[in-house]
Design a protein around this ligand. Structure first.
Ligand code: HQG
Length: 184
């Protein structure tokens, strides 16, 4: 496995399936024991603390954090399992962006954005990033999210350690479709 594949594998463990994949559990704040994680992964892959440290340091989206003495590790965001990663509540910019796939548009235009399998809806700070996220789901569709207005109406926003904006849901009235300007 190369570093990107390993990073995806660690994401799967630390955000979604710690028990089923390597038989470890996370605490209520999403922390896994580093020795247990390494031992679990090393059963089937070439893996050790050096590799883990390099992945945490170089991951393109800075998906993971160690605690101070590097005995614990967690994903900064993106979980489906109900952990509290102590997200910072923050005042959002007036506008954030959400990229999705064309196949979801019909439903989104009725229900708004919902977290589906994750704990939060993920929002991007620029159009280009949102289009990249949307492309993961097929032909990308871009929504402009009126976050300033949402905040005024009492919706809470959180900023993860790696700069992803999160909120519980976005009702339809705060969504506008926008043109996809950057094709990937
Ligand atoms: C869509 C990646 C139908 C939603 C990315 C999305 C991101 C609805 C999909 C992070 C809906 C869920 C998260 C509704 C929302 N009806 N579909 N009412 N409301 N959806 O993967 O935002 O590389 O769970 O638009 O970069 O695509 O993993 O969320 O298309 O930051 O670190 O349901 O994952 O980061 O898909 O991506 P996902 P996402 P990582």
């Amino acid at each position: 496995m190369n570093k990107t594949e390993l990073s995806k594998f660690i994401s799967l463990i630390l955000r979604h399936k710690p028990e089923t994949i390597i038989g470890i559990s996370l605490d209520e704040h999403g922390w896994a024991n580093v020795d247990e994680l390494i031992a679990g992964i090393a059963k089937t892959k070439e893996f050790n603390m050096g590799v883990l440290e390099e992945i945490v340091r170089t991951d393109d989206k800075q998906r993971f954090s160690f605690n101070e003495d590097k005995t614990l590790i967690r994903a900064n965001q993106g979980h489906s399992i109900p952990v509290d990663v102590e997200l910072d509540e923050a005042v959002p910019p007036e506008i954030l962006w959400h990229g999705t796939g064309e196949k979801y548009v019909k439903s989104i235009d009725v229900k708004g954005l919902i977290p589906k399998s994750r704990l939060y809806v993920h929002l991007s700070k620029d159009e280009e990033t949102a289009i990249k996220v949307g492309t993961r789901h097929g032909k990308p569709v871009l929504y402009r999210v009126k976050c300033g207005e949402m905040a005024l109406d009492g919706h809470k926003f959180y900023l993860s350690k790696n700069g992803v904006w999160l909120t519980k849901a976005v009702p339809v009235k705060y969504l506008d479709k926008a043109d996809v300007k950057y094709e990937h």
